[in-house]
Every structure is written in C-alpha cells, then in structure tokens.
Design a protein around this ligand. Structure first.
Ligand code: KIV
Length: 271
C-alpha cells in the first residue's frame, strides 16, 4: 500500500506531482476533530470539510441550509486534528454565487477563522468572477462540476449528469476554464466514467471523482457513507468499508443490557 506517510504535509503542489507521476489521490470528508484525526493518521491525502455536513451532521435534506459560521465551526475542529492532509472547505450555498466581493469575504473568513488550506466551489463559467477574485487573494480554489448538490432544485434529482452531448460539452469547457483561471484541482460528481476520463486527460490539474469511474486522478467519498454510518444511503458508487451503524447498535445495546443487569460498572471500573 502506498500512502506516502513520509510526506510531512500534503500541498496543492504534492497533488500536482501525484497527477504527473500517475499516483492516485485519496480524499475523504470529515467534519469533526475525532474523525479527522483518525482519517489523517491513516494517511489520507485530502480531507474535505464538505457541505455534506448539512446532511450527515445536521440532518438537513439538502446541502443548502448550512451556514458559513457552521462550516467554519466544522473546519476549525478538523484543522485542529490534522497534521498531514490538505484541508479543503466547501463554500456553502449563498456565500459566493453572483457576488464576487461576498465570495472573497466568505473565503477569507474560512481561511482566517479555521486555518484551512483551500476552498471548494460548485460551478463553472457562471461563477468565474467569484473564483478569480478569491484566487487574487492567494487562496487555492478547488472546483466542482457535474452533479453539484447546491443546485439540486435546478436539476430536480440526484441522477447522473452530463449524459447528453450538450451538457457533456459544457462540462468539458468548464473543466478547461477552471484550469485556465487557476484552480488547483476540481471534483467531478456523478458523470459517465468515459466523460470523466476524457476530462481528466484534457486538463493538467488533478481531477477527483465521486461516482465518476476510475479514469480520473483521485477519488473522494463521504466518510459516513463509506463507513456505513448512513444505513439507508446506498448508491452504487459508494463502497462500504465498514458497517459502523450495526457495530454501534450492538455496542449501545450491550451497554444498556450491562447497565440494567448491573454488570457495569464492575469492581475494576470504579474508585
Ligand atoms: O460536500 C461534499 O461532501 C462534497 C463531496 C461529495 C465531493 O462536495
């Protein structure tokens, strides 16, 4: 297994080197100190403080309600735990679209108040001005194309994007634009594997896929999905590495039994 534990800090340049050397990039989400510490010590390359926190941490139906203050709270906790991974934070819905000055202010708050290393933003040409303005402040930007959950009410469903030629062509153009204006990387979510591979080959910056097949430069999953914490959510692109909800259920039930039967605490578990 190659996790390059000897690398002290992953930077945007490290990711660029990985792409050039054909080494795949590993990326997972985390939203709190304890989980981020586990993920970082395991040797992950990038930790995304995703706005999926809105779903998995706060229980909202979509990513839209999460606020900038809430993202900063999660990001600060993650940054305190991490010593190796690059920490990227999602700019939440409503903090960058259509207003590049607000976008810069939002990105600066994330960088200053959380100590994160980069921000991620959903969209292509339509948010060009906001991306460019953030980049002028020296803040690294990761893009996000394909299924962009902040636009769920425009799409109507979470099904695969860019299956039609017109949308695929627009995605390819957006990918090249993100590279041209200076993004260090971008995510492609839920698009056909063939298109994702074509996109990754058309740009020099690393392309990270989620539900986009193996032909990209790295993979990202939501931690709660791959650990089986979310039992109900089982899309085909998620590989479950653990059935954590079942393990926790068993542990909690055992604890209840032990308390009721007075087998906990034992003589060794008291003062
Ligand atoms: O918010 C998130 O977790 C994301 C990933 C799905 C890429 O944006």
């Amino acid at each position: 297994m190659s996790t390059h534990k000897e690398i002290k800090r992953i930077t945007t340049q490290t990711l660029q080197d990985f792409k050039e050397n054909g080494e795949k990039i590993s990326m997972l989400t985390a939203y709190d100190f304890s989980m981020a510490g586990i993920v970082d010590r395991a040797g992950i390359d990038v930790i995304l403080v995703g706005d999926s926190a809105s779903n998995v941490m706060a229980g909202h139906e979509t990513t839209l309600p999460i606020t900038l203050n809430e993202m900063i709270y999660h990001a600060s906790a993650v940054v305190r735990a991490v010593s190796r991974a690059l920490v990227v934070v999602d700019l939440p819905f409503g903090t960058y679209q259509g207003n590049s000055r607000l976008a810069l202010e939002s990105a600066i708050r994330i960088m200053k108040e959380s100590g994160a290393h980069a921000v991620k933003m959903e969209g292509g040409g339509e948010i060009r001005e906001s991306i460019e303005r953030i980049l002028t402040a020296g803040i690294p930007v990761m893009g996000h194309l394909g299924l962009t959950p902040q636009s769920i009410y425009k799409f109507g469903t979470y099904t695969v994007r860019a299956k039609e030629e017109l949308e695929a062509q627009k995605l390819l153009e957006d990918a090249m634009l993100l590279e041209k204006i200076g993004c260090f990387s971008f995510v492609v979510e839920k698009i056909p594997a063939q298109l994702a591979e074509k996109v990754a080959k058309s740009v020099h910056i690393p392309v990270i896929g989620i539900g986009a097949g193996p032909g990209v430069d790295g993979q990202v999953l939501v931690l709660h999905d791959m650990l089986g914490i979310n039992k109900e959510f089982r899309p085909r692109f998620v590989r479950r590495y653990l059935e954590m909800a079942d393990l926790m259920d068993g542990a909690v039930k055992q604890y209840i039994t032990d308390v009721k039967s007075m087998s906990f605490p034992s003589n060794k578990e008291m003062y």
